[in-house]
Each structure stands twice: as C-alpha cells, then as structure tokens.
Design a binder for this molecule. Structure first.
Ligand SMILES: [Cu+2]
Length: 170
C-alpha cells in the first residue's frame, strides 16, 4: 500500500505468471497489425514470449542499438531484436529483470503503429518520459523520433498500472 502510494500510481499487483505471452497479430489481410495485449504489467523476473499469429513481424526494443531508435527501455536493461519472425507459431522469449517501462516496436509495422509497452514492477525510466525527452540533447541528435501512429498506439502508464493487461484494440 505505502509502496504504491510512493510511486504516485496505485496499481494492483502485477501479473504473477512466470511466462506471459503476447501475440503478434494481423487482421483484415494486414490492414490492422498489433501486439496483443498491447500493454502489460509484470513482476521483475517474468519471461515474455512473443508469438506470431499471422504476417511477418519483429519485436524490437526502443534503443539506440536498434537503428538509432530513441531509448525507451530501462538504462540497465539489454536491448533486444527478434529479427523477422515469419511462420505462425514462431516465437521469441525474453526475461525482464530490471524494473521500469519497456517500449518496443515491430520493425516492418512501426509506422503503422505496431508497438507495445510492458511495465516491469514500476513505471519508471526513459520509457516513462515524454516521447521527445531527448530532443534538446545534442549528443542524441541522431536518435529517431517515435512516429505519430506509434505514439497514439501506446496505452498510458496509468491505464496499464490500473488494468495490468490492455488487449489490442484491433
Ligand atoms: Cu508487425
């Protein structure tokens, strides 16, 4: 109770499953693509498994190591990039240990707004900052902005803390 109040966001306990699955979806012949659920709250140490349902997708961290994308995962966390997953049922797993917000995207569909957000424990770190937080830092001039369709596709931190799991709206 007190810990929840201290963060300013009073959430209900994070999902306790050791492995949580996120489906990579495509409906209406690829007209709509997304990660389902699009928002998740998990405990530190949870393994996340992304699974292809249809189409070709990646799960790729917002991190400068990934084609100069802006840093939107915790400072101490390792960036990831699944590369292309092409066959239904193909999957990519990652254990998330460092607390904070993890924003990620699908490389071929980022411009279409295929992004996801995972909060591990608490809603802190670079992923909790405004999308343009780095703009005044000249050492980060090469970082790419999060495209408009992606910005509007992220569930808010408050909604994820409140609901724990946000289904993809489709
Ligand atoms: Cu995709």
């Amino acid at each position: 109770m007190l810990a929840g109040l201290a963060t300013g966001l009073v959430g209900i306990p994070a999902l306790a499953e050791p492995v949580v699955e996120i489906r990579m979806r495509s409906v209406e012949g690829g007209a709509h693509v997304g990660f389902d659920p699009v928002g998740l709250l998990v405990r530190p140490g949870t393994t996340v498994r992304w699974i292809i349902e249809a189409d070709v997708h990646t799960t790729t961290a917002y991190h400068p190591a990934n084609d100069d994308h802006a840093l939107r995962i915790p400072e101490g966390a390792e960036p990831w990039d699944s590369d292309y997953l092409v066959n239904p049922g193909d999957s990519f797993e990652l254990k998330l240990s460092v607390e904070g917000v993890y924003d990620y995207f699908c490389a071929p569909h980022e411009l279409a707004g295929m992004v996801g957000r995972i909060i591990v424990g608490r809603p802190t770190g670079p992923g909790s900052r405004p999308f343009d937080y780095f703009k005044k830092d000249s050492t980060k001039a090469n970082w790419k902005s999060v495209p408009p369709a992606a910005r509007t596709a992220f569930p808010s931190l408050e909604e994820i803390m409140r609901k724990r799991l946000i289904p993809w709206p489709g």
